[in-house]
Design a protein around this ligand. Structure first.
Ligand code: ZN
Ligand code: ZN
Length: 364
């Protein structure tokens, strides 16, 4: 199916979801939801979806861009405030009722909509059914995720070759980001984490001017963005030797990750997969050092549904793309995290990333 037909199909699918079925139109005010239904990537713009067609309300800066990215959408180039252009659009399309998404629209905006768009009844709906649609990726969404992975992985292997004691975390992170861009990423998916030594014990470390030293863990968490889609990878590596304690921790973390990937297939719940990894780490005595959920969905945003977390009842479905990233963090000492991106298939998981992760491959 052509991607442009896909926009139409997604719009139709949205109006088939619970709560949306009897709604004549839905206002979408944020990227990446606008992109998901129209292909348009411009800023300061809104989209009005009806079951048959979308209308993009933007301004002169994005005129040409909207025409080429969303040739099937109606285009409204506003000259004044966006709410006035929306009022005009509602009149033209004879919309007596429009839904907006509670999570997108602030109370202040809701009040502006009510006062500026006369003759329209506004109804707030939860964004949840829309986010559920985005959980399952089509082949045209998996392709850019794979491209982003190819770029991120190539970049990482390149910078590993140049990794030397004495360089700072920030220096190495900057080089990794530069490399991803020169290899064709349109952006980095999120600010790169490079955390060495005791900094690696912080699951969401900020990159600092700490210098890399031999014999200590260095955790890299990074991703590229291609065609709007993100990838998300983590590896922990060592220069020189790895202590016996870290050999054990690394082994447990890897075992947990492999067991979780093995457990993934259509029909199991996200909570069950999380439990598989958590039990491996618990049994080894490190349960209290695995302080976050196992993974998350991945797509237009780096964190999407479904979350692979304790007790989640979300049933994994073919086409979902999720990260699997157990971690063990010993405060003041250091940590290990291993993250791969996985496509849920009917009978199992297809691991989309393939950076080396065996114990002897991460000691440089
Ligand atoms: Zn990550
Ligand atoms: Zn992640």
């Amino acid at each position: 199916m052509k991607v442009r037909d896909e926009h139409k199909q997604r719009t139709k699918a949205l109006f088939d979801r619970r709560g949306f079925a009897r709604i004549p139109a839905v206002l979408i005010t944020t990227q990446p939801n606008i992109f998901y239904f129209t292909g348009f990537t411009g800023e300061d713009s809104w989209a009005v979806l009806t079951p048959r067609r979308s209308t993009i309300i933007t301004d002169g800066r994005f005129n040409l861009q909207a025409r080429s990215e969303s040739p099937r959408s109606r285009l409204v180039i506003r000259k004044g405030p966006i709410v006035h252009a929306l009022a005009e659009t509602a009149r033209k399309l004879r919309l007596g009722r429009i839904a907006c998404l509670d999570e997108e629209v602030t109370l202040a905006l809701r009040q502006r909509l009510s006062s500026a768009v006369k003759g329209v009844r506004w109804q707030g709906l939860s964004v949840a059914p829309l986010l559920e649609l985005r959980e399952v990726k089509s082949p045209s969404e998996i392709a850019p995720i794979r491209q982003a992975l190819a770029i991120a992985q190539r970049s990482f292997l390149d910078i590993l070759n140049a990794l030397k004691p004495g360089r700072t975390e920030r220096d190495v992170a900057a080089e990794l980001e530069y490399r991803m861009k020169t290899l064709g990423a349109e952006a980095i998916a999120f600010p790169t984490i490079t955390a060495c030594g005791r900094n690696s014990a912080l699951p969401h470390a900020r990159t600092t001017l700490t210098r890399i030293r031999p014999g200590r863990p260095i955790t890299f968490d990074f991703g590229a963005r291609v065609g709007g889609y993100c990838c998300d990878l983590t590896r922990t590596v060592w220069i020189g030797t790895m202590s016996a304690r870290f050999r054990e921790i690394y082994g447990v973390c890897l075992e947990a990750q492999l067991a979780a990937i093995d457990a993934i297939k259509a029909g199991v719940t996200a909570g069950e997969v999380d439990a598989v990894a958590r039990n491996v780490i618990k049994r080894a005595g490190y349960g209290r050092y695995f302080v976050h959920s196992l993974g998350h969905g991945l797509g237009l945003e780096v964190h999407e549904q479904p979350a692979l977390r304790t007790a989640s009842k979300t049933v994994l479905t073919p086409g979902m793309v999720v990260t699997v990233e157990p971690g063990i963090y010993i405060p003041e000492h250091g940590g290990v995290r291993i993250e791969d991106d996985v496509l849920v298939e009917r009978r199992g998981a297809r691991v989309l990333s393939d950076l080396p992760k065996a114990l002897d491959q991460v000691v440089l």
